[in-house]
Structures are given as C-alpha cells and as structure tokens.
Ligand binder design. Structure first.
Ligand code: ADP
Ligand code: MG
Length: 452
C-alpha cells in the first residue's frame, strides 16, 4: 500500500524547492540579528514571499515576520507560541499502574504524587516536573492534549520536534508511545499523533498541498537498522534476540549532515504515505520487525532505541498581493514548509546485566547505554542558556542517537521527555534513577556540562 520514495519528491509536478532547515546562517535584518543555534524546519517562502506570521499570513509589517534575503524566516517567539511552549525541554512523568506480576508478588506502591502538584515523592526524595500523569496525577489521557498535540501544531508551522520515552524496561515506554505491535497499543502517542495529523490535513487540504514521509529505524549497539526494510518484514519472527541481518549486499545506514545542518539517513527506507491507514501500516510493520521472541530484561528491543519519524512537507498557495505586489493579476505564489517529528521509544535505562552460564546474574559493570548517556549530556548542554551563548559545544556526536536527533533537539525545536515509571516497590531503585535523570533534563542550569 505504501510507495517507496527515497528522497522528497516534488509536490506540484515542478521541481520541488529544497528543504530549508538551515541552522548555521546568521542574518542581519535591521535591528534583528538572526543567528539562532538551530532554526530547524524554518519557513522558506519561495520567490521572496513572507512567512506565515500568526497574526496574518504574509503581513509585511508584522513584527514577527522577518525577511532574510530570498528566504523568509519566522522569528522564534512565533515558533514558540505556535508550539505552545516557552522552554527547550519539557519533562513529564508517566506512572503506570501495578501490573500482573507485581500484583501477584504483592508489591506495594512506593511512588506518591503530591495532590494538585506535578510533584513526585519516592522515599525521602521529591522531584517537580512539568506534568505528572497516571496513578494519582492527571489522567494519562490528558498527556496527549497537554504535551504532544502542541508539537503536532508546531509541525504545521514548520518546527521540528522530538518526543522521548525514557525509563527502565517494563516501565511502559512502548505502551506510552504505541510502538508495541503485540500490545496493540492503539491509545499510544503515535496512533494519536496520526489521527490529529490527518484530521488537520483534511481541514487544510483546500489551500495547501501536503506530502508525508515516514521512516522507522532502530539503533542497537550503535548500529542503525531499518525497521521498514522489506527483508525484515518478510520474516518478522526474526532471530530470537540476535540482530537480524539487513538485506544482503545493502550498505549500512549512515547518518549524514548537509552543509546547512540538516540530518538525513542514507540508505534507510523513507515511505511516502497519503492516508492514515498507510501510516498505521508502517508503524505496525516496523513494530513487528522490532519484536523478538525474547521477553527477558536482556532482549533486543529493551536495549535498542526505536525512532518513528514523520516528515511533513507543505506547499501553500498565496495570492501575490500578500507579497507586496499589486496582486491585481490574480497571480499566485507558493510557500514551502518542511518539518519533522521524531517519536522515540528509548532503550531501557537500567544498566545492562547478563546471565552467566550457570544462571547467576552478574553486573556487566560499566555498560551504560551510550545513546542515553549522550542524550543526557546533550540535553544538559542545551538547557544551559548562559553557556550556550558563550558558544558551548553540544556533544551531539557522542552517539548515533544524539547525532540522528541533532536537528530536532534544541534551538527552535520542541522536545518532550516522558519519564515512564513503575510504582512497584521492587522497582524503587530504578524508578529513583529515572526520576533523577529526568530531573537533570529539566533542572539543567545548575548541573555540570560535559564539554568535549
Ligand atoms: P517498556 O517498553 O518500558 O519495557 P512496556 O510498555 O512493554 O514497557 O510495558 C510493560 C508492561 O506494562 C506491558 O505489559 C504493558 O502492557 C503494561 N503497561 C505499561 N503501561 C501501562 C499502562 N499505562 N496501563 C496499563 N498497563 C500498562
Ligand atoms: Mg519497550
């Protein structure tokens, strides 16, 4: 049902304008100096048009609309309003209920939510986040409306975004994101994103042409696997915990950065989709590719990051009168907009353990997932505004995960981290670790920065 489209195809039959997600170009406009660290997914209007300001499309006098040579850029206040946010990273906690085994073992609830506050207590520790969902916090159903829907809106304004589900294995990451084929998580974030996306497109399709692309990859042991590779789809039961081989002869997938800072994946499948059903099929097929027979804490899916990426391209038709021309000839110009949303089901945050041949578990010691470590450092660096202004280096290159997310983390991109936790006392130690990591992502100003 899906059409293979290795590169963004054109929207109108004419040659498509190049994607502009330039993060490097400084730009002087009157008193404005636009040198944002990362203006990803920024508006480009073809033929010197004006971008979509919130208070009026193409309004030349609008203070948020800043011309920059041929490209027209949205300045950050509009972007932030559009995305409904005013800060780089939002952190929410999602507490799942006690589940089967925990109940059978008679586990007690060891996590308390302070009534009326987004504050979580465990033992003597107390943490405040942007939101707390589940258990006695806000209902889980509110999470999508409050945290995710604004990112989907931002996508239509050209702003990249990333949603990260973090937590130990079994804490509900896959359930929350909806990347678990076997769980049939229809209420997960990704299925809800798809619903909102397609209903919005339906309402806008008369004035705008849309094109959607989907990719679904997994990063395991610093190797990128294409979950939409047809060779995985044909043998979904896979190899019980072993890394499945890519198509024979297929070169490994590589993360590339263009001269203007746009990150692309060379060699991975990017599918062009035009219906909700097609996009849902991609999610299902990729989730199936990811599934393995094994269910223990060491299984492959618990050690890999799964990244479902939706790219939205838009071509708006605008009457040239909006562009300062007379418009009397009724001529139309086109505005092009492109942005992507990464939905990430991260690897389990517990330290890797392995089972010895005699069945005794022993610690591997030093092995902490490289991506999670780098992600924590990148988010810390991004959150330290003062150091960023001083030209602090953000260590994106320290892992494949952070490299891949580079143009969608920080700058004008919106990032939401959902820290998933189990309330069970047997998981208290890992729950505390998760809350500390999430707290570090939010309260980054006072924390040390790793600068390499
Ligand atoms: P993870 O991906 O973090 O390893 P899962 O999403 O697979 O964890 O969840 C572990 C188990 O808990 C699954 O059986 C799942 O169905 C259940 N679960 C997770 N979150 C919830 C929730 N909010 N409500 C009910 N069950 C949940
Ligand atoms: Mg999972």
């Amino acid at each position: 049902c899906c059409v293979l489209s290795p590169s963004p195809s054109n929207l109108t039959g004419k040659s498509a304008p190049s994607r502009v997600m330039d993060s490097k170009l400084p730009c002087d406009v009157g008193d404005h100096k636009l040198a944002a660290s990362n203006l990803c997914g920024t508006v480009l209007s073809v033929d010197s048009l004006y971008s979509f300001g919130k208070k009026g499309k193409g309004d030349k006098s609008h203070p948020d609309t800043v011309p920059c040579g041929k490209a027209i850029w949205l300045s950050s206040p509009v972007a932030m309003e559009a995305a409904g946010e005013d800060c780089c990273v939002k952190v929410a906690v999602h507490i799942r209920p006690l589940i089967g085994d925990e109940k059978l073992q008679g586990c007690k609830d060891c996590v308390t939510v302070v009534p009326g506050k987004p504050q979580v207590q465990i033992g003597t520790h107390s943490f405040t986040f942007d939101n707390v969902y589940g258990s006695t916090g806000s209902p889980s159903s509110a999470m999508f409306e409050e945290r995710i829907a604004p990112l989907v809106d931002g996508l239509f304004h050209g702003y990249n975004a990333t949603v990260l589900a973090y937590g130990q294995t079994g804490s509900g990451k896959t359930y929350t994101m909806g990347t678990g084929f076997r769980d049939g998580c229809q209420s997960g974030i990704i299925p809800q994103v798809m619903n909102v996306l397609f209903s919005k497109i339906e309402t806008l399709k008369h004035q705008t042409e849309f094109q959607l692309h989907v990719s679904f990859i997994e990063i395991l042991k610093e190797e990128v696997r294409d979950l939409l590779d047809p060779s995985f789809l044909s043998k979904p039961e896979g190899a019980n915990g072993h890394v499945k081989a890519a198509s024979p002869g297929k070169p490994p997938i590589q993360i590339r950065e263009s001269s203007n800072g746009v990150i692309t994946l060379a060699g991975s499948t990017e599918l062009s989709v035009s219906t909700l059903k097609e996009m849902a099929a991609c999610l299902e097929q990729g989730s199936l590719s990811r599934a393995t027979g094994s269910t223990n804490m060491n299984n492959q899916s618990s050690r890999s990051h799964a990244i479902f990426t939706i790219t939205l391209e838009q071509m708006h038709k605008v009457n040239s009168a909006c562009n300062g021309n007379s418009g009397l000839d009724g001529s139309m110009n086109e505005e092009y907009l492109c942005a992507k949303l990464h939905l990430v089901d991260l690897a389990g945050s517990e330290r890797a353990k392995r089972t010895g041949s005699d069945g005794m578990r022993f610690k591997e010691g030093v092995h902490i997932n490289k991506g999670l470590l780098a992600l924590g450092n990148v988010i810390s660096a991004l959150g330290d505004e003062k150091k960023r202004k001083e030209g602090l280096h953000v260590p994106y290159r320290d892992s494949k995960l952070t490299r891949l997310l580079q143009d969608s983390l920080g700058g004008n991109s919106r990032t939401v981290m959902i820290a998933c936790i189990s309330p069970a006392d047997i998981n208290a130690e890992e729950t505390l670790n998760t809350l500390k990591y999430a707290n570090r992502a939010r309260n980054i100003q006072n924390k040390p920065i790793v600068n390499r």
